[in-house]
Design a protein around this ligand. Sequence first.
Ligand code: ZN
Length: 150
Amino acid sequence: MDIKELYRDVILDHNRRPRNFGPLEAADACVEGFNPMCGDRLTLRLKLDEGTISDIRFEGQGCAISTASASLMTEAVKGRTRADALQLFDRVHRLLTEDAAAGEELGKLAALSGVREFPARVKCASLCWHTLSSALQSGASNQVPAVSTE
Ligand code: ZN
């Protein structure tokens, strides 16, 4: 399957049936993200268990790419340590903006490289990752400022 088909199929699938979508009780961190370029909004909640993301869920309203990307991200980072998840963010960011090779071993996340053909969409795909990064770097605080991709 080529990357364009993979991109279309994965985005459609995860937009139609977002994984880990909904509220999360007793979350350790809650951060809101907003992409003013497109109007995507998401709220990310996660639980940390000794530095490992034991649960993560998101809610919000956005375009297909932002929703699918958040869905893919929650699947990819659940069970990872904070450091591991931030490293993954780094790789995904490179994948979205510059380096096709960064997609190796990223599994379904590699499908996101399809957005490189649509530069205006990169912020849609990266919004959830910026939000995650903010949530992880804030530690276990519930009171962290909202992030924006701007
Ligand atoms: Zn969008």
